[in-house]
Ligand binder design. Structure first.
Ligand SMILES: [Ca+2]
Ligand SMILES: [Ca+2]
Ligand SMILES: [Ca+2]
Ligand SMILES: [Ca+2]
Length: 418
């Protein structure tokens, strides 16, 4: 536990830890990896990305799993009313595979309007390359359609519906899942408050309550043969998830909304918590609308470095974090040549043969603890005392935990752990 570990570390390290925690008061604003982090998305849930994932399928390393989550904190009793996909938002994976900051492949997913609470929507999947890039013999343009998974109230929940396009070998899933992100927002806030009050109380970090437990989130997950993603950059690919809306929306007297115009980016997410933890509040909307090219051009570098300086992060670790999220843009970068046999649960960045975040991101990776490790100059190992998801992941694609459903037994509480 944190308290015991504090007793074991040196006085100097303790001072560093406490200095760090004192300085991280801004992290009190942390809502999640990227859930509701800016005013431009907090009241636009369908476009509000939560997390982005990219990892080699632990059962078959020739395949890459890409996933984005959005519109989270859904209580199971609202699975039917809120569990649909908005038809007016474009969900896009940008893949960078040449070693620069310019995305080279685009995977776009859109949905037909919902016509019934019990009928699947149809998703359209389009994978294309950036205009001007060298055509790949393996990839022209991939297009297919697939049904969404419609949630229900049965005790077992609706089985995940996976569609595989026979031509490309790409598998697709879209539906409500457990939110795989885990973090005790409340305990961390209380501990920081105790430090700020001059009475540091590490026992505040012993709640071990996952603020995201028991809630569902919307998930789009893809399983793509690695050969389709590899470019001239070799085994390294970068993944950025974005949501886009058309520029104009005109509300009609009959209740319809007519959209038109070009697409404008609403949210983006590569490396977790960059916007949430490192971008100052006045610039969060601007960051969400910006691009990895902007990152690499240094548009946000001063703000990020200023925040890390406030945290007490030294140059060595600022350089590490900058190499991950700034210098070549905020992409989640995955090495397709690094074998992965695990979903990441129970592993720490100091674990032998660790292959997870910041090498891509697996569903089980404790990303909060990894980020705190570097921000604290590799001094803090204990993180937030929430070390895994509250329900098991599934063993096959899409790998996410089952959709939470309302409890049948009136004496059994739900799994939320606020
Ligand atoms: Ca977001
Ligand atoms: Ca590129
Ligand atoms: Ca969860
Ligand atoms: Ca943790």
């Amino acid at each position: 536990m944190f308290h015991l570990r504090l007793k074991k570390i040196s006085g100097a390290t303790l001072m560093l830890a406490l200095t760090f925690v004192t300085a991280v008061a801004p992290l009190l604003q942390v809502k999640a990896a990227d859930h509701a982090e800016s005013t431009s998305v907090a009241k636009d849930p369908g476009a509000d990305l939560g997390d982005t994932f990219a990892f080699l399928n632990p059962n078959d390393n020739t395949k890459v799993v890409l996933a984005m989550t959005f519109d989270g904190f859904l209580v199971p009793s609202q699975n039917l009313n809120l569990g649909y996909f908005p038809p007016d938002i474009l969900y896009r994976f940008e893949i960078e595979n040449t070693g620069d900051v310019i995305p080279d492949l685009f995977i776009d997913v859109t949905f037909t309007p919902q016509t019934s609470r019990t009928v699947p929507q149809t998703a359209t999947f389009v994978m294309s390359r950036r205009r001007g890039t060298v055509p790949s013999p393996l990839l022209g343009r991939v297009r297919f359609t697939a049904p969404t998974t419609v949630s229900n109230f049965t005790p077992a929940g609706a089985p995940f519906v996976v569609t595989t396009d026979p031509a490309s070998g790409i598998s697709f899933f879209a539906g409500l899942t457990d939110d795989p992100f885990y973090f005790d927002i409340v305990a961390f806030g209380r501990f920081v408050a105790s430090v700020n009050a001059g009475t540091p109380d590490p026992t505040r970090l012993q709640r071990s309550r996952d603020s995201f437990a028991g809630y569902n989130i919307h998930t789009i997950a893809l399983e793509v043969p690695a050969v389709l993603l590899r470019g001239s950059g070799g085994n390294i690919i970068g993944v950025n998830a974005v949501t886009l809306r058309q520029r104009n929306a005109e509300r009609q007297n009959n209740g319809q909304v007519i959209t038109s115009g070009d697409y404008v980016q609403v949210d983006r997410g590569g490396v977790p918590a960059v916007n949430t933890a490192l971008i100052p509040f006045p610039r969060k909307n601007e960051f969400n609308a910006a691009t990895p090219q902007d990152d690499a051009n240094g548009v946000f570098a001063n703000s990020i470095v200023a925040t890390l300086n406030t945290f007490g992060t030294n140059q060595t670790n600022i350089a590490i974090l900058a190499s991950v999220a700034v210098a070549t843009g905020d992409y989640l970068r995955l090495n397709l040549g690094t074998p992965n046999m695990s979903q990441g649960f129970g592993e720490r960045i100091t674990t032998t043969n660790y292959t997870g975040f910041p090498n891509g991101r697996r569903l089980g990776d404790d990303t909060i603890d990894v980020l705190l490790y570097f921000i604290s100059n590799q001094a803090l190992l204990m993180g937030d005392n929430v070390n895994s998801n509250e329900v098991p992941l599934t063993n096959t694609f899409p790998f996410f935990g089952r959709t939470h459903v309302p409890q049948e037994n009136p004496t059994v509480d739900d799994r939320t752990r606020n």
